[in-house]
Design a protein around this ligand. Structure first.
Ligand SMILES: Cc1ncc(C[n+]2csc(CCOP(=O)(O)OP(=O)(O)O)c2C)c(N)n1
Ligand SMILES: [Mg+2]
Length: 1006
């Protein structure tokens, strides 16, 4: 048996038993550095106590360890005294005997000057070790806390970004040397550099004075690097060498001139808007003009690394500038947005100019490669767009087979206050490394103007920086003074390289200021008087940078002025052109255009018919077979699951489906027809109610799974089913973004219980409900929301149908004027979303298939059942799913009432599972001939035409609505006016449940 010990064990003399043969030096090094655990095979028996060799204590062991490795590689690289010590120790010298006083200095082993500098004439090894340790700690202190003293704030009011005194272990003045037990006399001593720093460049030793100076250069100038929390050595080393190597911040003349030209565009764009529309809100970028070169640098570098498509999300600040100077939206199109008299050409309510999206493919001038840039439209709700951008990015990666994120990537921009305050930022970060949600690294750029509207950071967040949230995923954070454009460019280059190398998130924190108020109309002196006094004195960054370049001869003043005049002229000409625009086209602001083959050339649907959603007997049988089998060899499933699959097989034999099988039929057939399906949400793979089982787990082999749905047909589309993180806001936003990328995918998000959807309310209210009206963009996302009062308490009962219904755009008082043939499809086309509560598996099957087979896309909200999943009556016959059948918006009563409709006293309208309770009760009371029950399966758009057929069929019946929810909840308020409209208000509609504060419940809470 071999015992593996760490080098520290060896050096701090913990007794151990030696077995095995010594490694050659390079092997030992490899074993130590490359392995996950720094272990090596012991080389000698050594049981000395610390007291025998007191310099080998716990604190010095790291340092000695480093020295030991260096010695292994090259015995001459360490001081002679250490060389002798390691030789003796390796040769088996007893405790206390390995150490010998170093030989007299001046020999060939070391240069005299160096040697004297290191140990003095009378060397004191203990002091030597301590000093070297001190230097190592010093290096580490700069790496960990150098950012706290970096010159990050252009205003010099640093307290706003990072309150608190500078750390005491950073050498801001010589008196701090004392902290390390060093003094000024040590400044010229030469120290060996630890392998965890790159400040030496090609040197392995440096005088202390130089070490401090280089650390100051690396960590305490315009860039503050936060990375030492990252738990991966290779990544830390990568960052260290990016920021520590001497001479890193060198730019060519051409790079400097390009940077200046970009600064000119960024600055003069805002100035132009200010001149022309001085009283318009535009949320200008003034104070953070270097955002534009920052983004362009990231894009250039990423394009160089092979990225072809970049999806961006950003808030209000600087958005128009980004559209103009990064995405390159035509300037006249931007300027005409300021003309309040222009009428919108497209249907919908539109949105303010600083929310609109954009999509543009162009040649990247630096790399000469094609690149597609899109900026997603977003609501005012800060950060809400973050997960949506990620979902869209994931979808684009998925559809182009970019499994590593080499071709498609995302950039997210943030404000400092929102980044720190909004929880969805955290939820989005937590998706970043999950297999079904990762986009393989996002570059985050924070416009950190040290204020949020009128609120100072000290009262807006508890963390030092607004970016601390990124630490949860080990993303490095590069703080940079935005008034130093070259430093900005440098960190952006590093950020893009980081993403290309490690495929992980990274944050660039542009520390800047906001020259104006929150918007151009706001007075900031009311609330931040001192800050704004300072801002008024502040020279613009363009002017500062231009003066620097002129002074160093990189450009002449004349060239600079010509650059300005050239861009001003471009703006003026575009402004003149914009006056010719007669009409606003919201369609020009689409962020995710769909393939033209989905629409006609004019953007209209190809047809206005919904084909049959049924399947052949053979297809049903085949999918049913897959659903009830394990389509791979030697795969052991759980015994309980075997029973479930047997049950499914029996149902298929009897030509019936339960809920899960109905869903299987819909998914399986769409996949076979080439539609990608993605089902995501908490525990969706098995299903919260253990009914679905789309992923089978081998009971004997860890992580071995089987997804039968991917075994339907050879050329089928892929099925993605993924348990999500425990997030609603983030995950629903993500799926919405995924659904945006293509019309040919069925993307479903399932809430664990419908009740929990409200933590994603913003995505529902701001994107799903009004998305098409605001941004002329269709989306076919499906929400599955388990709903029903089944004794599980007030938070496991209601998906709050009343809220979804209240947000429908349909007029309850107007009977739609569509022809009978087109009624259903026209209604669907006009609505903002579709809401259904199916009572049968067949109808659920049809509505899922209709979602793809209809010629346009609308969000679909499905209130899904819990008790019906296993209800013996809630089964559908294959006959209801065969070719020619379709979704039934209303299921009329087909019982005895049909024979004598005149004798029917009451017609009860209902929806969902309550139907089964009603029929049972009707039977118990012997009312099968006098009470008709009609199920409204599609609540929105309301099936006025079919309801009318029912009310006409039973002319003598009174109208009753029945639901299990209390009167102020559920469907009543929505259905009642529509029923009244249908009967032209000739008959009243009754419902007798009282209102209630919480969702109603039955039985005991569990
Ligand atoms: C979710 C949300 N809450 C509140 C607001 C109102 N609001 C708009 S901008 C703003 C301040 C944002 O500050 P910051 O994120 O630092 O961006 P800045 O305006 O400074 O660029 C607030 C509170 C909002 N738009 N969204
Ligand atoms: Mg801010």
């Amino acid at each position: 048996m071999q015992i593996f010990i760490t080098i520290s064990d060896f050096l701090i003399n913990r007794p151990f038993r030696l077995i095995g043969r010594p490694l050659v030096q390079s092997q030992a090094r490899l074993a130590a550095v490359g392995g996950a655990l720094r272990t090596f095979q012991p080389m000698r028996s050594y049981t000395a106590s610390v007291s025998a060799e007191p310099f080998l204590n716990g604190t010095s062991s790291n340092y000695v360890e480093e020295m030991y490795y260096a010695w292994l590689e090259n015995p001459r690289s360490v001081h002679k005294s250490w060389d002798i010590f390691f030789r003796n120790a390796n040769a088996g010298a007893p405790p206390g005997a390995a150490y010998q006083s170093p030989p007299p200095l001046g020999g060939a082993a070391l240069g005299l000057a160096n040697a004297q500098a290191m140990v003095g004439v009378q060397p004191n090894v203990e002091k030597l070790v301590e000093d070297h340790l001190a230097v190592q700690s010093l290096v580490r202190a700069y790496q960990i806390r150098g950012h706290h003293v970096a010159q990050l704030d252009p205003l010099g009011i640093m307290a706003a970004i990072d309150p608190g005194p500078p750390p005491s272990d950073i050498i801001t003045s010589n008196d701090k040397l004392e902290f390390y037990g060093l003094d000024e006399s040590d400044l010229d001593k030469v120290f060996r550099l630890p392998t965890t720093t790159f400040i030496g460049g090609s040197e392995s030793t440096l005088p202390l004075r130089e070490i401090i100076q280089r650390l100051e250069m690396a960590y305490c100038q315009s860039i503050g690097v936060e990375f030492m929390f990252i738990n991966d050595l290779e990544q830390c080393q990568w960052i260290r060498q990016k920021f520590e190597r001497p001479g890193i911040m060198q730019f060519t003349l051409e790079e400097k001139r390009t940077l200046l030209a970009r600064m000119v565009r960024s600055t003069r764009f805002e100035e132009f808007l200010q001149r022309k529309w001085s009283s318009e809100k535009r949320f200008g970028l003034e104070g953070c003009e270097s955002l534009i070169p920052a983004l362009k640098t990231i894009i250039d570098k990423s394009s160089m690394n092979g990225v072809e498509s970049i999806i961006m999300g950003m808030p209000h600040r600087g958005r128009l500038n980004v559209l103009a100077n990064v995405i390159r939206k035509e300037l006249d199109q931007i300027f005409c947005q300021f003309d309040s008299k222009l009428e919108a050409a497209d249907e919908g309510s539109g949105d303010v100019k600083y929310h609109l999206g954009m999509w543009h493919r162009r040649i990247n001038r630096v790399t000469d490669r094609n690149i597609t840039l899109s900026l997603m439209a977003n609501p005012s709700h800060l950060e809400a767009v973050d997960p949506v951008v990620q979902g869209k990015t994931k979808a684009e990666q998925f559809y182009c087979g970019d499994t590593e994120g080499n071709r498609v990537m995302s950039i997210l921009l943030h404000g400092d206050a929102a980044f720190a305050g909004q929880g969805v930022v955290y939820e989005t970060f937590h998706l970043s490394d999950l297999p079904s949600y990762t986009t393989h690294g996002t570059i985050h750029v924070v416009v950190n103007n040290q204020i949020g509207f009128t609120t100072d950071p000290r009262v807006a967040r508890s963390s030092s920086y607004p970016t601390d949230v990124a630490k949860v995923v080990n993303a490095p954070i590069f703080h940079v003074n935005a008034d130093d454009p070259e430093a900005v460019m440098y960190v952006c280059n590093v950020a893009a390289e980081w993403r290309a190398t490690f495929h992980k998130d990274v944050v660039v924190d542009l520390v800047c200021y906001r020259r104006n108020g929150h918007n151009e109309m706001d007075e900031p002196m009311f609330t931040q008087p001192l800050m704004y006094k300072q801002i008024k004195k502040q020279k613009g960054v363009l002017q500062k940078y231009a003066e620097k370049l002129i002074a160093e001869g990189a450009v002449t003043r004349q060239e600079y002025e010509e650059e300005i005049a050239k861009y001003d002229k471009i703006c003026e000409e575009a402004h003149t052109r914009s006056k010719d625009e007669k009409i606003l086209h919201i369609k020009h602001w689409l962020d995710s255009p769909w393939p033209v083959c989905f629409f006609k050339m004019d953007g209209q649907p190809k047809s206005m018919t919904s084909p049959s959603t049924g399947l052949t007997e053979e297809e049903l049988g085949h999918i049913g077979h897959i659903a009830s089998s394990v389509p791979v060899e030697d795969f052991t499933i759980h015994g309980g699951l075997s029973r479930i699959l047997k049950g499914r097989a029996a149902m298929v034999g009897q030509r019936v489906c339960d809920w899960a099988l109905g869903e299987y039929m819909a998914f399986g057939s769409l996949l076979k027809e080439g539609t990608h399906i993605r089902l995501s949400g908490q525990d969706v793979e098995r299903g919260t109610f253990s009914h679905r089982h789309h992923v089978l787990h081998d009971q004997n082999v860890d992580k071995r799974i089987c997804i039968p749905m991917n075994h339907i047909a050879p050329n089928q589309a892929p099925y993605t089913v993924c348990n999500s993180s425990l997030s609603e806001y983030g995950v629903l936003g993500f799926e919405l973004g995924f659904a945006m990328a293509s019309p040919n995918a069925l993307v479903l998000w399932e809430a664990q219980f419908g009740d929990f959807h409200n933590t994603a309310q913003c995505i529902i209210d701001q994107f799903i409900c009004p998305g098409q009206a605001k941004w002329v963009r269709q989306n076919g996302i499906v929400l599955l929301l388990p709903h029903g009062m089944e004794g599980m308490g007030p938070e496991h009962s209601s998906a709050r149908p009343e809220r979804f219904l209240q947000m429908c755009n349909e007029d309850p008082d107007a009977y739609p004027k569509f022809s009978a043939e087109e009624f259903a499809v026209r209604q669907l086309y006009d609505c903002n979303w579709i809401i259904v509560n199916c009572s049968t598996p067949a109808n659920y099957f049809h509505v899922l298939r209709r979602q793809i087979l209809q010629p346009f896309r609308k969000p679909l909200i499905v209130f899904t059942p819990k008790s019906l999943l296993r209800h013996p009556d809630a089964k559908s016959n294959f006959d209801d799913m065969l070719t020619g059948t379709h979704f039934q918006r209303l299921i009329p009563d087909s019982g005895p009432v049909c024979e004598k409709p005149d004798g029917v006293k009451r017609i009860v309208f209902c929806t969902g599972k309550v139907y089964y309770e009603l029929t049972r009760e009707r039977k118990n009371r012997g009312m099968d001939n006098t009470v008709a029950i009609a199920r409204i399966e599609q609540l929105s758009p309301f099936p006025f035409d079919q309801v009318k057929v029912e009310t006409d069929r039973y002319p003598n019946a009174d109208l009753v609505w029945c639901q299990e929810e209390h009167k102020n909840q559920g469907y009543y308020d929505y259905v009642k006016p529509r029923l009244r409209t249908t009967v032209d208000r000739t008959r009243p509609v009754r419902y007798d449940q009282p209102p209630s504060l919480t969702p109603a419940h039955r039985g005991r809470y569990q």
